[in-house]
Design a protein. Structure first.
Length: 300
């Protein structure tokens, strides 16, 4: 069997089309230009690339974009002051502080200072709680992207067994909440899970969010399963030239694609959906802040 490759780029493009339409309507019907502020502290090269992409796509959607670049030496207090200023800024409907922040800053303090109404990453305790009990609000970007890919691929997910490998606050836990909402039976696995290959082999849906290149092998996958590879691992690639790198997922694509029914590539799978979902969340928060119902076609 050779798996269908799930094209995250093309699904993200469709979503961006809907986002641009809603941004336009918010402007023409209500005089609202959705605004996203991105804060980056330090010079992590990976983060710089993500932030540049996010800011560029915000502008392309006809939305207002602000980018704040603080030096590596910025204190926690300085970041907190900036976040508070953005909380009070009426032109801003979404605040994203790019993680990781330098070690001397406690990211939990930053996250808890973000106004939950502008929490487009769905990191604050209030947003996490809303997600858990199904109240309207932003939904964690990467998990929402995974869910949209799954629904596009499989339609109704009800009754399917999903195994989520990884239990981070960023990916594993929120995707589990979303899959439960979809009536999946969900197993969460992590570094202490015993006989992980056996557990993964039970899955109709595998979500790999581990951060270990090609850890999940083809012989762990049930024939015909749908595999969503969240992992982004940057690996040295001297064969491409000095200093060059390439991206690998958490799934061994070569072997898994011989067994799975459908699989996301890395890059080109979950990554493009994550950025599009961030922009979708900004439309959602801009609507809610202004007392409007968020558009229903932006969330899965
Ligand atoms: P974290 O490091 O926060 O979490 C990793 C999880 O994997 C932990 O729960 C850990 O278990 C588990 N784990 C680690 N080793 C093993 C193992 N050998 N067996 C089973 N479980 C294991 O990572 P994130 O969730 O933040 O990110 C995961 C991956 O997704 C990374 O590659 C990251 O770059 C990528 N990512 C991609 C995004 C995208 O847009 N495509 C967005 C966000 C992340 P334990 O809790 O027991 O330590």
């Amino acid at each position: 069997m050779t798996a269908k490759i799930i094209d995250g780029k093309s699904l993200a493009e469709g979503l961006r089309g809907r986002i641009a339409g809603h941004a336009q309507r918010l402007k023409s019907d209500h005089g609202i230009t959705p605004g996203l502020a991105i804060v980056i502290v330090g010079h992590d090269p990976g983060s710089q690339v993500y932030v540049a992409q996010k800011a560029k796509q915000t502008v392309e959607m006809g939305m207002h974009s602000e980018k704040y670049e603080l030096p590596e030496t910025a204190s926690e207090a300085e970041v907190l002051v900036l976040v508070q200023k953005l909380n009070a800024d009426r032109a801003i409907h979404g605040i994203l502080v790019q993680l990781p922040v330098p070690d001397h800053i406690d990211s939990r303090n930053i996250i808890q200072t973000i106004d939950p109404a502008k929490d487009v990453d769905c990191f604050t305790p209030a947003s996490v709680g809303k997600l858990a009990i199904g109240l309207p609000g932003p939904i964690s970007c990467t998990p929402l992207g995974c869910l949209m890919l799954l629904r596009d691929q499989l339609g109704d997910l009800s009754g399917l067994h999903a195994v989520v490998v990884g239990r981070s606050n960023l990916v594993g836990k929120p995707i589990t909440q979303l899959l439960l909402r979809e009536n999946c039976t969900v197993t969460m696995a992590h570094s202490r899970t015993r006989d992980l290959p056996f557990i993964v082999r039970q899955a109709d849906i595998v979500i790999a969010a581990v951060g270990r290149p090609e850890m999940i092998k083809g012989d762990w996958i049930k024939l015909g399963a749908t595999v969503i590879d969240v992992g982004i691992n940057r690996i040295d690639a001297p064969e491409r030239g000095p200093g060059k790198t390439r991206l690998l997922g958490d799934v061994d694509f070569a072997s898994a694609s011989q067994v799975a029914g459908a699989i996301t590539p890395v890059p080109g799978g979950v990554g493009p959906m994550t950025i599009a979902c961030l922009l979708a969340n900004t439309i959602t928060t801009a609507s809610l802040i202004n007392g409007l119902m968020p558009p229903s076609d932006l969330i899965a």
